[in-house]
Design a protein around this ligand. Structure first.
Ligand SMILES: Nc1ncnc2c1ncn2[C@@H]1O[C@H](COP(=O)(O)OP(=O)(O)O)[C@@H](O)[C@H]1O
Ligand SMILES: [Mg+2]
Length: 160
């Protein structure tokens, strides 16, 4: 990723991670965004009310945040994009390469309590709509695992 301009440094960012379960979203957050962005994650918050309250608090206080959820459909993303843009945030999307067979394997290897039912993974995979810059993203990136526990990030549209 290139260096940030002064405006980028001052302007808070709303980051959306987009990908089916076990595509690597939360791991990516811990590796790349933990120090700079507050994390809004449904597994941790366990209610829509809390998710919304935390999102509103970030917007009101101009704190950069990540929505660490599947964000699989355009309609779900558009709500977040609209709120964030109205509050003056930059909107950044990271799409995680979502190969279903690989995600099912990774999901299967998780601890029992962290594992999602296969049906749930299939359901989200069926709903997944690829994002587009036209949805209002200031930046959109394509993320894949690098085979060594880390990630490779390519500009959207330049992905292999
Ligand atoms: N970069 C990576 N390389 C290899 N395995 C990974 C990588 N990132 C995540 N994983 C594995 O995939 C599983 C799902 O990752 P996670 O970050 O929890 O996905 P998500 O948040 O999208 O559900 C984890 O159990 C982890 O072991
Ligand atoms: Mg996760």
């Amino acid at each position: 990723m290139g260096s940030l301009s002064e405006t980028d440094v001052r302007t808070p960012s709303a980051v959306m991670l987009i990908g089916i379960p076990a595509s690597g979203k939360s791991t990516f957050y811990k590796q790349r965004l933990f120090d700079s962005h507050l994390r809004i994650n449904p597994d941790q918050l366990r209610s829509h009310h809390r998710e919304h309250a935390l999102l509103e608090a970030c917007l009101a206080t101009q704190v950069s945040f990540v929505v660490d959820n599947t964000n699989a459909t355009r309609i779900v993303r558009s709500r977040i994009v609209d709120l964030a843009r109205s509050a003056g945030f930059r909107v950044i999307g990271y799409y995680f390469r979502s190969k279903l067979t690989e995600a099912l394997q990774r999901n299967h290897l998780r601890d029992r309590h962290a594992r999602m039912p296969v049906k749930g993974v299939l359901g989200i995979s069926g709903q997944l709509e690829r994002p587009s810059p036209a949805e209002g993203f200031d930046e959109l990136w394509y993320v894949r695992m690098d085979g060594q526990g880390g990630f490779v990030v390519d500009q959207w549209g330049k992905n292999p």
